[in-house]
Design a protein around this ligand. Structure first.
Ligand code: UD1
Length: 351
């Protein structure tokens, strides 16, 4: 049986890595990595393949930076072509909520291929987020739904997904962390930046709503500049476009290029706390009991707030909120065994 694991952007690579590794050990299947190329620079893509020791993608769909429609359309065309011209996979696995998740699930369904969505059911209920549209459309046509938490199951049930199609498998990102734990713990990246353990903050920003308008980004930067701790800020390429027009930058802010997985997780796990607008970092900090302050009005990962260490904040209240960090607990099935549960689900599907 051939399985396609679809990836395109940085947050996807860590989701397919533990699954690919686990599937590779199964005699009954051939997992193939399909890279749609939304992230293409070394630091945004190959660095993760290197860290996770993944082979080069079996299929590369082109990709690059384009408008949403162009990127989605181009990926749909390239993926349809791949499936029609080479052997069709027995199952298409799409992960997360990037444009390729949407594009490949549409192309696959139109040629009657079964689609499983890993990280199904998450909802921010904010349709101005491109990722929310990707999640809604993907879940409206997928056949199998692997969810990380009960809230995701509830969303899918409310949307009419039959119960026997939903399987709460837990959080695949925790498998990734467990797989890389030793290397993360032996990397002391913070020392290279001259930082002291638990005496610095990690900042990441890349959501269009926070970074595309210079004044909005400037407001955030100005506020975090007033925090009395050094801040290490790995800058996403999207953010860099607006950030380079902001002068002067606060003195407590140290910028660096995007980091690989091991270096980034090492910085996070030794930090006092994290300020971010990312999706995945809310989950990783929850698992590590590191306080996380998420600069967003909504989250599609509410369990990180209700159970975990995450709090939603705004640029206006960041200075007040950081006085009350929380560590929280780890949600059920975030245990490093999600790949195992997915494999048993795939076996049932393909039987
Ligand atoms: C995408 C995902 C988002 C995810 C994020 C993680 C969608 C809709 N959004 O957002 O869910 O959290 O990735 O990083 O799929 N760029 C480079 N080099 C690269 C990649 C991108 O310079 O290797 C530039 C592009 O030119 C573009 C900008 O970065 O202008 C944003 O990239 P894009 O992939 O379109 O969206 P993200 O903001 O990264």
């Amino acid at each position: 049986k051939t399985l396609h694991l679809i990836c395109a952007a940085r947050p996807n690579f860590m989701k397919i890595a533990p699954l690919y590794r686990a599937l590779k050990n199964e005699a009954w299947c051939i997992p193939e990595i399909v890279h749609a190329g939304q992230h293409y620079e070394y630091k945004m893509s190959q660095a993760f393949f290197d860290d996770f020791r993944l082979p080069p993608a079996h299929h590369y769909l082109g990709g690059g930076s384009k408008t949403h429609a162009e990127q989605t359309a181009q990926t749909m065309i390239a993926y349809e072509k791949l499936c029609l011209e080479k052997r069709k996979p027995d199952l298409v696995v799409v992960v997360g909520d990037v444009n390729a998740t949407l594009a490949c699930s549409i192309s696959a369904k139109k040629i009657h291929l079964p689609v499983a969505h890993l990280e199904a059911g998450l909802r921010s209920f904010d349709r101005t987020m491109p990722e929310e549209i990707n999640r809604l459309v993907t879940d409206s046509i997928s056949d199998y739904f692997w969810t990380p938490s009960k809230d995701a199951d509830d969303n899918l049930k409310r949307e009419g997904v039959p119960l026997d199609r939903i399987r709460m498998v837990g959080n695949i990102m925790i498998d990734t962390y467990c797989m890389m734990k030793e290397k993360i713990e032996s990397s002391e990246k913070y020392k290279i930046f001259g930082l002291k353990k638990k005496e610095y903050i990690v900042l990441t920003l890349h959501r269009p709503v926070n970074v595309d308008v210079k004044e909005k980004l400037e407001g955030i930067i100005h506020k975090v500049g007033q925090i009395d701790l050094p801040i290490i800020f790995p800058v996403h390429p999207r953010t860099y476009k607006s950030l380079k027009a902001i002068h002067p930058l606060p003195q407590n802010l140290a910028l660096c290029p995007p980091l690989g997985y091991i270096d980034f997780m090492s910085l996070v796990s030794n930090s006092a706390y994290v300020i971010s607008d990312s999706g995945g970092i809310q989950e990783e900090t929850t698992y590590l009991s590191i306080p996380c302050f998420t600069l967003r009005d909504t989250t599609e990962r509410p369990v990180t707030v209700t159970v975990g260490s995450n709090q939603l904040i705004s640029a206006n209240n960041v200075l007040e909120k950081i006085k009350h960090p929380k560590t929280g607990a780890i949600p059920p099935l975030w245990d490093g065994k999600t790949s195992e549960r997915i494999i048993s689900s795939i076996k049932e599907i393909l039987e």
